[in-house]
Design a protein around this ligand. Structure first.
Ligand code: WT7
Length: 651
């Protein structure tokens, strides 16, 4: 076995899982052959393919040209006018769906609300009219800083209804992060809540807004939705209770016809350096991309109860709680709080209570469930589930198999969906009724999407099994239109690494079946004695040890080998962080990958520093491992106290 091959070994779960006949028979796409035919046609004639999909939605005015590509700037459905809010809400009203649940909401304290599409329409119209009353107009930017309450979905749909560009800032971010994002997009208003519920405590959202807004001269108005009823200060003239504004507007607010390329939203993602990037999306292309992918990847049917556990503060919540599923008229479960409140079975409780059929969550959550133990899901009836999804990072085969066995009871296909804030919608994923899955692989590109693994120097496609840079060769409708206010950075970050291609920042290889295996960000690569090691590979090896819950692996400078592997490891409950276990883990990694990948240093820790979307912040771990004080942007860090703990743990 060659070296490159042995390194890949651990990501290569050799089992293949075929969709069941019963699932395929009822699916939108029923076979691999049907997928391939659709895919080939979409690549041969992309404009024809996308036009056909777009016509399933409502346009006030038809487009003149499907796509217009002046590298690196794309336009889609040029000259067309539509409205994504209209397509998510109004489009369903003349049908029986007007009385169908659009949002099934569960509050953390146990309260719940159900909004039908008709209810949603009314609420969105009222919200849009309050925004208009405050003087907000098409093209203005509004920051949205809320907890996971129905009004968050209502607020962004209301913005979309009148062409106001929303910039949702995750409710767990600090006041400083909010200031930075408001400054960058020059938002005129903030929509917030008095507070939000998280693990039984109130997150003081309005207080953070107060702190932020004094530093933001562009902010004219603050709209406050009442949720937790904690005491908040209301600045006269600037701050308004939403329910008071709403009482004096009418419930009639037609959706505005908007140019397809009108701004839709900005969402900030952290770059590898300090300043977050304002990823900018527009109306028409984003709408078509999220609509199609929701339908095909989640195989959405009118009978489904679909539960995506992401926060709307992340792109997953934008695209797959609100816009994509609602454009399909789906019933979406939305949960306000933490997965372990009041006990570690909250998701399973929700699935049982609402008879959820589709669950979309993240590997980091799955590993937490593994850590908490099987007894929690086993207490509940999960038999309503028919499909499982994963997003956010490579899912290690260990977690995949657990998800499949313990949650899916071996009868639910798993869709491992690869995409990014920048791509707007899912790019690489199985179609659940068509694609045989391999644990750890996001499998094949979706129709209309042309990704490739390439060699950076030659710009040529890598042979099967050899790792390269993951790029996308053709523009697609839901792609970002730029970084807000910074075209140069947009060109540099995405369009300068590989000629005429969108560079994703990820490394990947394709196997002989054309399946994509994403190995993580290329800046997460460790070079030990001249050999590339993906951090994900070593992490996957560590997690395959029965005592390990989660791990994060980084490279630290090393005299002998250039870089050496340092591993931060959290253990499953009931295991002791003893010295002999370190040797056991080293031997395990050596066995799984090879001696070269053996961590030189292992540190046990109670938890890992993560962004709110669950990504491990390796940059911070590198600083800790090298004894440096933490520098740069930490606004996306989930739990600041972890940092202090990591420094003292194991020293
Ligand atoms: C990065 C994008 C996409 C919504 C949530 C994250 C990693 C995401 C997968 C997957 C392997 C994945 C990539 C990507 N990633 N999904 N299924 N398999 N890696 O959005 O914060 O923009 O992050 O997340 O590295 O580039 P994001």
């Amino acid at each position: 076995m060659g070296k490159a091959e042995s390194f890949e070994q651990v990501l290569k779960e050799s089992r293949v899982f075929k969709p069941s006949k019963e699932f395929s028979a009822l699916a939108h796409v029923k076979s691999l052959a049907q997928y391939k035919k659709m895919y080939n046609e979409s690549i041969k004639s992309p404009d024809k393919f996308w036009a056909k999909i777009a016509k399933e939605l409502h346009w006030f005015k038809p487009w003149k040209k499907v796509s217009d590509w002046k590298e690196p700037f794309a336009k889609w459905f040029v000259g067309g006018q539509t409205n994504i809010c209209y397509n998510c809400v109004d489009r369903h009203l003349p049908t029986w769906r007007r009385n169908k649940a659009a949002i099934v909401w569960e509050g953390e304290p146990g309260d719940s609300r159900v909004l039908t599409y008709n209810d949603l329409h009314r609420e969105v119209c009222i919200f849009a009219n309050t925004l208009k009353k405050l003087g907000l107009k098409k093209g203005d930017r509004v920051a949205v800083y809320m907890g996971m309450v129905p009004e968050l979905a209502i607020a962004i749909l209301a913005c979309a209804r009148i062409g106001v560009v929303h910039s949702v800032v995750f409710g767990g971010f600090s006041a400083n992060a909010l200031v930075e994002r408001i400054h960058d997009c020059q938002a005129k208003a903030v929509i917030t809540c008095d507070g939000g519920w998280r693990r039984g405590k109130i997150v003081e959202l309005k207080a953070a807004v107060d702190e932020a807004v004094v530093k933001c001269p562009t902010i004219e108005n603050v709209v406050v939705v009442q949720r937790t009823r904690n005491n908040v200060r209301m600045e006269p003239g600037r701050d308004h209770w939403y329910h008071e504004l709403a009482a004096s507007v009418d419930a009639n607010c037609p959706a505005e016809p908007l140019d397809s390329e009108q701004g839709h939203f900005i969402l900030y993602t952290s770059g590898s350096t300090g300043k977050p990037k304002g990823i900018y999306h527009t109306v028409g292309g984003y709408m078509v991309g999220t609509y199609l992918t929701s339908k095909l990847v989640f195989d959405l049917k009118d009978e489904d109860i679909y539960f995506c556990t992401a926060d709307i503060g992340w792109v997953t919540g934008h695209s797959y709680i609100v816009y994509g599923p609602m454009a399909n008229g789906a019933t979406c479960v939305m949960y306000e709080g933490a997965p372990n409140h009041p006990e570690p079975d909250r998701f399973w409780r929700i699935i049982e209570k609402y008879r959820v059929t589709i669950l979309y969550t993240a590997p980091t959550a799955i590993r937490a469930f593994i850590k908490w133990g099987e007894q929690w899901p086993q207490k509940h009836d999960l038999s309503s589930l028919r499909l499982l999804g994963s997003v956010g990072e490579p899912i290690n085969p260990e977690a995949w198999i657990w998800y499949n066995n313990v949650i899916g009871k071996k009868k639910c296909p798993i869709v491992d969906t690869w995409w990014q804030t920048e791509t707007g919608s899912i790019m690489i994923s199985p179609l659940p009724g068509a694609t045989p899955t391999k644990p750890g692989s996001a499998t094949l590109p979706l129709p209309g999407i042309l990704p490739e693994c390439v060699n950076k120097e030659t710009n040529k496609k890598m042979p099967p099994g050899e790792k390269g840079l993951l790029v996308v060769r053709k523009p697609w409708p839901s792609m970002l239109r730029g970084i807000w206010g910074d075209n140069e950075r947009y060109k540099k970050v995405y369009w300068s690494t590989v000629k005429h291609s969108y560079f994703t920042g990820d490394g990947a290889h394709c196997d002989k079946d054309g399946y994509f295996w994403i190995t993580g960000r290329v800046d997460d690569v460790i070079i030990v004695s001249g050999h590339n090691l993906g951090t994900a590979e070593v992490e996957s090896a560590l997690v395959s040890h029965p005592k390990v819950a989660e791990s994060a692996v980084i490279g630290v400078p090393d005299e002998m080998t250039g870089q050496a592997v340092t591993a931060f490891v959290t253990l499953k409950d009931g295991n002791q962080p003893i010295e002999s276990l370190k040797d056991e883990l080293r031997a395990h990694v050596a066995k799984e990958i090879g001696a070269l990948a053996k961590p030189k240093q292992i540190r046990f820790t109670a938890s890992l520093p993560k962004t709110r979307s669950g990504k491990i912040m390796r940059r911070l771990l590198r600083d800790i491992a090298s004894g440096k004080e933490t520098v740069g942007d930490t606004t996306t860090l989930e739990d600041y106290s972890i940092l202090a703990k990591l420094r003292t743990d194991d020293e």
